[in-house]
Design a protein around this ligand. Sequence first.
Ligand code: IPE
Ligand code: IPE
Ligand code: MG
Length: 244
Amino acid sequence: MSHTDKKTPTHIAIIMDGNGRWAQQQGHERTFGHQNGVEAVRSVIEGAGEMGIRYLTLYAFSTENWNRPKEEVEMLMTLLVHSIHNELERLMANHVRLMMTGRINDLPDACRNALEDAIHQTAGNDGLTVILALSYSGRTELTDAVRKIASDCAKGLRNADDIMADDIQHALYHPNIPDPDILIRTGGECRVSNFLLWEIAYTELFFSPIMWPDFRKTHLAEIINAYQNRERRYGKIGEQVREH
Ligand code: IPE
Ligand code: IPE
Ligand code: MG
């Protein structure tokens, strides 16, 4: 194998940021940016499928986003329901399996119902798995994991001294989904904003200045290409990961 990893990434995670600024730069309301972000989601899902990616996790709404103005939150929840209805047929045609990560019970009933219905309908699809992160934060996920483990300890089902990293992994929302190979954040900010904190331990990070509504599958392809020229060492030295 060459010193670079030409493999297709298995899992890509995206912080879809920059909707509000994109709209405001054009003299529109922030919500106009969210509406236009749907087109970017469509393009990226299509591109990821074409490029043979197995998992695509999209950060759509963080636990902290509940603190935004009420009208913006309500608009985002409505947009979610509409988008699920509008896109379901296309998802089915493209063999996409939809999943969610986050506290689904925080969502308004209409969102939860639309989401559960789409998850159910697409459950048998064998193409790309799209995981929508909704009312998600990395710290919340870890807090929920700690609660599960602590409750097992209290019941005497496990011993605190025996807890290993794998046990924490197993208590996460989706323990069997491989960690992301690539994390992309659009919109120019260079921060993680409470996304997959446990899962990105060895993920390759990419920060794009492009605002989310302008992001397309061609940008995704460029990032995958750059990823394939990086060397992932996982704490070892270059010679060790190159020897095969
Ligand atoms: C990301 O875009 C979408 C959500 C967080 C729901 P923003 O709404 O954060 O857009 P900016 O960062 O303010 O431009
Ligand atoms: C992160 O973006 C969350 C999502 C894209 C859903 P934010 O816009 O909420 O993050 P901060 O506030 O800039 O850190
Ligand atoms: Mg933002």
